[in-house]
Design a protein around this ligand. Sequence first.
Ligand SMILES: [Zn+2]
Length: 101
Amino acid sequence: MSVRFLLKKWISIKAEQCKNVAPLYSYALDRKLTIVEKLRIKFHLLTCNACTNYITNLSFIHNVFQTQENQIQAEKLHITLSDEAKERLKKKTETQPMNLE
Ligand SMILES: [Zn+2]
């Protein structure tokens, strides 16, 4: 057995379980992690491929939603009526009462 293999095995024994580290991945998207939290993640990811894949997927989904949110915000800023259109709407609503039947 190589030293690298033994080192990886030792780390996997000493590292935390996935269920204890996993909440930190979500926290990292919402706030800045402490140094201890970052080290816990780095130490765990040295040996856990499942969590590495999970983080990749989580980051992708987060980026998709962030991009969507930015686009929606940008579109909201550009949706305005021209002064002429506003005036036309105002006249229409004043002269034509709503038909509620
Ligand atoms: Zn894990």
